[in-house]
Design a protein around this ligand. Structure first.
Ligand code: CDP
Length: 789
């Protein structure tokens, strides 16, 4: 580390206001963003990024940066090597990741150095002046080039190949034989492009090492505070009791705030070394170019069927672009996440899927962007595949789906790729959707329009998800089992506090957890404080992503409340002077069986728990529950999009979009509807507007919001939503997750609608995003081909 003066502590202390901003919400660690946090003596950090996708670092010269007024230190990878922090384990645990580049840079914008200064402006000015001498190397910009192994990207590995891993599931021989014997077959390569969650607030941290108490507090944009604290402890050796992570309002996460990023590590290291708080707030470009991307799967989808449309076999072979480090955020035993859900809602007698992942000169990632670990890619593959099959069979895609749905009576259903689906009634949900949108009428309208040469399309996606990671026998992240927890404490006057190991980023846990406890205990939901995200107070849990909160923590909240009710019954019996066996919980009250007039409310019991506890019972009224789910939950949906395409411009107008979701028992319909609206809007953006692209030399093409487009109210279609309810048989409330369903299910509906509109022109498939230009070119090319014939 280079530091301007020996007395830097005194120096920066002079320039910084010592008075802490008083804000009670901040003290509680809630209700504010990391960027709002200001601590006494706080320093700021900015990062230096590589302009090259692949280059050797010959020298780093910090002298000019250190002359900038306010700049105190320039930190490089070599400095971190001394602190054994040059590399950190990746989320999935199969690889490691450079914190600040040492030796080589492996993607454009990779972090090369950090500048610490007394103001954010000075830190950024200093970062501009860090002079790095690079020797550019040939880049590997796609996984197909990577596969050839002509240029090996990772010289730190013993294994001199760009191949990361091979993964497969299912019966290859049986599937190949069934495909060969099928009367009708389709095979299509589909690319689900790189996308990015682009949360409203980028990532950030205020790391506060208090040398007096020996505690390191990290105010951080984290979707999984407990898991992050454990990782910090394991990597640094600081005991967990000396580390506090507080994740306040984080401005959206969508999976982007699950991994540990270099900015966090360097800011924490700088604070530990300097003994003062250090703040790092990411820029939008840093967020889009260096933090967890999603998707980037090149999938060969094959389906075999009989002439009647009955499916016989599914095979999906994928080439995955993982970027420079294997930082995919998947549970340990699932390198390709839950991709095995690719048989979807259909009863395939056999299936096989395999995947090969490669390093390229791109940012690392592979995070679950509003998705239960690769479920979005899997759903897209099967739902596009089913439409291609319908087209080949000349069959209505709705008919094809109805013919092949898993039937209600087949649940619990074991898929050929190993999942045991808990519940579903696909036919009923789909029929509701067809009726509600007026499917037959729309098909008639389309036939009329086709006669006039107009392009109208109807796209269906009847997807099934697998969410709620997860049962500890299968799921862990770096060895930590994926259970979740809840602590419920009822105060003497009948109000209470609920704390969970999850961390909402806008999903409304504050409302739904209070609703669950209120419903279980007959108390007022308004009188519950819900607290998440502070490792000093919340029970241990694995956080919020992949729609796991309701299936896992929601169950923990329910069962903690039920534990309280069991104890409350003893107190109620004491108050009612009845035997416990004679007291029943009915109409939100404890009543003596057969004598309903003799009753006490939970509020009365709560007061007694502190003032008049039953003899032999512990005082107080609280419970903690760690819930280990017996299975995943399998929410599903029936989505239908209707589009009109302008032949002359390629512009697609989504005229209607109906989403019928089944997430089992619904706790809060308004929140569920909000989740669906948000997810559909993101799915729409992925289908039509967004891509994290690179040119052939590995230069990042979509680095800000003028290039990576975010839909506004102007572009966003009107969403029609509804639901069916098929409870999960193993969740204590029958609830399944929902947050990601619309993002998982909608891209295929949009693309199927556009392809359906373009079908008369003989266009079979276009990869997302279906921009105006891409659609226009496809139409022009198709017309030119027809003219030639
Ligand atoms: O893990 P995450 O919170 O992102 O997703 P989720 O479990 O799908 O929940 C999203 C929000 O919808 C939460 O506030 C849930 O409590 C609510 N929800 C609900 O009211 N009913 C359901 N069956 C599922 C979710």
């Amino acid at each position: 580390m280079s530091i301007t003066t020996d007395g830097h502590h005194e120096k920066h202390a002079l320039g910084i206001p010592m008075k802490r901003k008083e804000d009670p919400r901040f003290i509680e660690g809630r209700g504010r963003y990391v960027d709002d946090i200001t601590l006494p003596n706080m320093l700021h950090m900015a990062l230096v990024h590589s302009p090259y996708p692949h280059a050797r670092i010959k020298n780093i010269d910090s002298s000019a940066a250190l002359k900038v007024p306010g700049v105190l230190a320039v930190i490089t990878g070599k400095d971190l090597e001394g602190a054994k922090l040059a590399w950190i384990p990746t989320f999935h645990g199969m690889d490691k990741q450079m914190v600040l580049a040492v030796g080589k840079v492996l993607y454009q914008y990779q972090e090369v150095a950090a500048v610490v200064a007394t103001s954010r402006e000075a830190a950024h000015d200093g970062a501009e002046l860090v002079n790095v001498d690079y020797e550019p190397l040939d880049p590997v910009a796609d996984p197909f080039t990577a596969k050839a192994d002509k240029i090996i990207l990772r010289d730190d590995r013993d294994n001199k190949t760009n191949h990361i891993y091979h993964w497969e599931v299912g019966d290859r021989a049986k599937t190949d034989a069934a495909l060969a014997a099928s009367e009708v077959k389709i095979k299509e390569r589909m690319w689900f492009p790189r996308s990015h969650p682009a949360p409203l607030e980028p990532c950030g941290i205020v790391a506060d090492m208090n040398k007096a108490t020996g505690r390191l507090t990290l105010y951080i944009t984290s979707q999984a505070p407990h898991a992050h604290r454990t990782v910090v402890s394991l990597v640094t050796g600081i005991p967990e009791d000396k580390i506090r992570l507080v994740s306040p309002d984080i401005g959206g996460g969508f999976g982007n705030k699950v991994p540990v990023y270099p900015g966090y590590v360097v800011a924490a290291a700088a604070s530990v070394i300097l003994g003062v708080p250090v703040k790092w707030i990411e820029t939008r470009t840093e967020n889009l170019t260096t933090t967890g991307f999603a998707r980037d799967y090149h999938m060969d989808v094959e389906i075999g069927a009989g002439k009647d449309g009955k499916v016989k076999a599914l095979k999906v072979s994928t080439i995955a672009d993982h970027g420079a480090f294997d930082a995919a955020a998947d549970p340990t035993k699932y390198p390709a996440g839950m991709f095995g859900i690719c048989t979807g809602s259909y009863d395939f007698p056999t299936a096989f899927t395999d995947l090969d992942a490669y390093f390229t000169n791109k940012a690392p990632g592979g995070i679950a962007y509003r998705c239960s670990f690769r479920v979005t890619e899997a759903s897209y593959a099967i739902e596009r595949g089913m439409d291609l099959l319908a087209n080949k069979l000349n069959m209505d895609p709705a008919e094809l789906r109805k013919k092949n749905f898993i039937k209600k009576e087949q649940f619990p259903y074991k898929s050929p790729l190993g999942f045991v689906y808990d519940s579903g009634d696909y036919h009923a949900t789909f029929e509701k959707a067809l009726k509600k949108i007026g499917y037959d009428e729309l098909r008639r309208e389309q036939a009329e329009k086709r006669k006039r040469g107009e392009l109208m399309g109807i796209g269906i996606s009847t997807f099934t998800e697998v969410v709620g990671a997860g049962p500890s026998k299968y799921f862990d992240i770096m060895g930590i089992k994926m259970f979740d927890s809840a602590e419920v404490r009822i105060h003497p006057t009948g109000s209470g506090i609920i704390r969970t190991g999850t961390k909402a980023q806008g999903q409304g846990h504050e409302t739904t957890w209070a609703q669950i406890v209120a419903e279980e205990l007959g108390l007022d939901p308004q009188n519950f404080l819900v607290e998440e995200g502070d490792t000093d107070t919340a029970p241990y849990g694995l956080g919020t992503y992949a729609s796991r909160s309701t299936p896992v923590a929601g169950a923990a909240v329910t069962l903690a409340a039920r534990k309280i009710r069991d104890k409350a019954r003893k107190i109620a019996a004491h108050l009612l002077e009845a035997a416990e066996a004679d007291v029943e919980w009915k109409d939100y009250k404890f009543q003596v069986k057969g004598a309903p007039a003799k009753s006490v409310t939970m509020a009365q019991v709560a007061f007694a728990a502190y003032t008049n506890p039953a003899p032999g019972t512990e005082a107080g009224l609280e419970a903690t529950y760690y819930y280990d789910p017996p299975n995943m939950t399998f929410p599903y949906g029936a989505y239908i999009a209707v589009v009109d395409i302008d032949k002359d411009t390629g512009g697609v107008k989504v005229r209607r979009f109906l989403a019928i979701d089944d997430c089992g028992t619904i706790i809060n319909p308004m929140i569920v509807e909000g989740q669906v609206h948000g997810g559909l809007t993101e799915g729409f953006a992925i289908a039509f507007m967004q891509e994290i692209g690179y040119d052939k030399s590995g230069n990042a093409l979509h680095t800000n919001f003028t290039e990576y487009l975010v839909p506004t109210a102007l572009e966003t279609p009107h969403w029609e939503t509804d639901s069916t309810v098929t409870p999960s048989p193993h969740h204590p409330l029958g609830a399944k997750g929902v947050g990601e369903s619309p993002n998982v299910g909608s891209p295929a509906a949009f693309v199927n609608a556009v392809m359906d509109a373009l079908e008369p022109l003989g266009i079979r498939h276009i990869d997302m995003p279906l921009t105006r230009e891409k659609v226009w070119r496809a139409i022009r090319d198709a017309e030119a081909n027809t003219a030639k014939v």
